[in-house]
Design a protein around this ligand. Structure first.
Ligand SMILES: O=C(O)[C@@H](CO)OP(=O)(O)O
Length: 206
């Protein structure tokens, strides 16, 4: 029996709106972020998903997105595990800086490398590879066993932790992940076969 894995990036945060590097900082959702989370829940409900377990990070934007989605689905009592492994990539010295200011200071190409490359870490922060080094074991040891048992699993996390997960799930190369973006509040639904291959993928856009 195949299992289902749903990945959702949190709704817009205060710092997404202000264009600031966020990482492990802990801003809340904006009003738009709250609506995005509710809309994601409504789309999951309309697609008929009922969850067996949820996973999220220690950061309020991902936790609140999970709570808002589950309320829409009518599953506010779902067991949800919170783990630091799903926290956003640590942005080091960039956390709290304006993304456009950073481009002016260090140049567009350098900032793009820090934000989207596989293995170039921002100063004192994590590269995507470093982030993957904590996300992948957590996925394979803790999340995937539920999916392979045929359960339906929801993960509410962050742009770069989800990029790391998608990279592993889809077998993307470092070049392919460079151009891959994950939108806020748009569920990505994978049906996963018992041998861990992907059956199909659906993106629940508005
Ligand atoms: O600031 C951050 O933590 C992330 C996600 O918003 O930014 P980006 O991946 O776009 O560099």
């Amino acid at each position: 029996m195949s299992g289902t894995l749903v990945l959702v990036r949190h709704g817009q945060s205060e710092w997404n709106k202000r264009n600031l590097f966020t990482g492990w900082k802990d801003p809340d959702l904006t009003e738009l972020g709250v609506s995005e989370a509710k809309a994601a829940g409504q789309r999951l409900k309309a697609a008929g998903h009922r969850f067996d377990i949820g996973f999220t990070s220690l950061l309020v934007r991902a936790q609140r997105t999970m709570t808002l989605m589950l309320a829409e689905i009518g599953q506010s009592d779902l067991p949800v595990t919170e783990n630091i492994a799903l926290n956003e990539r640590a942005y080091g010295d960039l956390a709290g800086l304006d993304k456009d200011e950073a481009k002016k200071n260090w140049g567009e190409e350098q900032v793009h490398q820090w934000r989207r490359s596989y293995d170039v870490p921002p100063p004192n922060g994590e590269s995507l590879k470093d982030t993957g080094a904590r996300v992948w074991p957590y996925y394979y040891h803790t999340i995937q066993p539920h999916v392979l048992r045929g359960e339906t699993v929801i993960v509410s996390a962050h742009g770069n932790t989800l990029r790391a997960m998608v990279m592993a799930l889809e077998g993307m190369t470092p070049e392919e992940i460079l151009g891959y973006e994950i939108a806020t509040g748009v569920p990505i639904v994978y049906r996963i076969n018992p041998d861990s291959t992907i059956g199909d993928k659906t993106v629940l856009k508005a």
